[in-house]
Design a protein around this ligand. Sequence first.
Ligand code: C5P
Length: 232
Amino acid sequence: MIRVAIDGPAGVGKSSTSKALATYFGFAYLDTGAMYRAAAWWCLNQGIDLDAEQPDENLIVATVGRLFTEDHFDISVDPANPDVTCDGESIAEAIRSREVSSHVSVVSSILPVRHLLIAAQRAFIAREENGDSFSHGAGIVAEGRDITTVVAPDAEVRVLLTAREEVRAARRADQSAGVAAVGADDVAARDKADSKVTSFMTAADGVTTVDNSDMDFSQTLDVLIRMVEDAM
Ligand code: C5P
C-alpha cells in the first residue's frame, strides 16, 4: 500500500495532477478540500450565519459533526468519478460555488472542525489500507493543505506542490475565465486565511517540494509518477 500525500496552495493544479496520478497507478483519490467544502455547504444549507462577525463556533462544530457522524456525507474515492454526496444526492457542483468558496475558510479554521475532518480522512485512508473497498487497494493519493503534516505524516510519498506567486495568479485568472458561470473565487484571500491554520507554503521535514512554475501538466505528472515508482 502506497500513500501519496500532496499539499499546496490553490493554482498549482493539485487536484487535476493528483487525480491523474491516482488514475495512472489505479489508486484511490481523496480530495480533502471537497470535505471542507461539503462542511461549509452543509452549514450554509442549515441556515448558519457564516458572515457574522463572530460565527457561532459551537453551532458550526455540532452541525458539521452531524454531517459526518449521521452518515449524510459520502465521497467517492474513484479518480474517474470523484463524486461527493449528501443523503445520496450529488453536491459535487454545489460545493464549488462561489458562495461555498468564499465561506469555506471560516469553517476550516475552527480547530474542532478540523479534528472531525482529519479523523474522517484518516478513516478513508485506513479503509483503503485494509483493502475493504473496491479495487483501489494498491494505494491512495490524498491531497489538501495538511496531508503531509497532519493527516498522513507517515505517507510513503510526501509532496508540496507549489509554483511562484505570479504563475499561480496567471493560472487562477485562466481558471476563473473558464468558470465565469459560478463567478471567480478570491483564491488569494482564501490562501491567506488558510495559511493561518495550515502550513502549505513551505515544505515540512521530509516533504519534497515540487515547484511546477516552469512545467506543464504532463511534466508535473511525470515527476510525481517517478517519485511514486521510487517508493514502490
Ligand atoms: O482544495 P480546495 O480549494 O478545494 O479546498 C477548499 C478549502 O478547504 C481550502 O480553502 C481550505 O480552507 C480547506 N482545506 C483545509 N485543509 C485541507 C484541504 C482543504 O483546510 N486539507
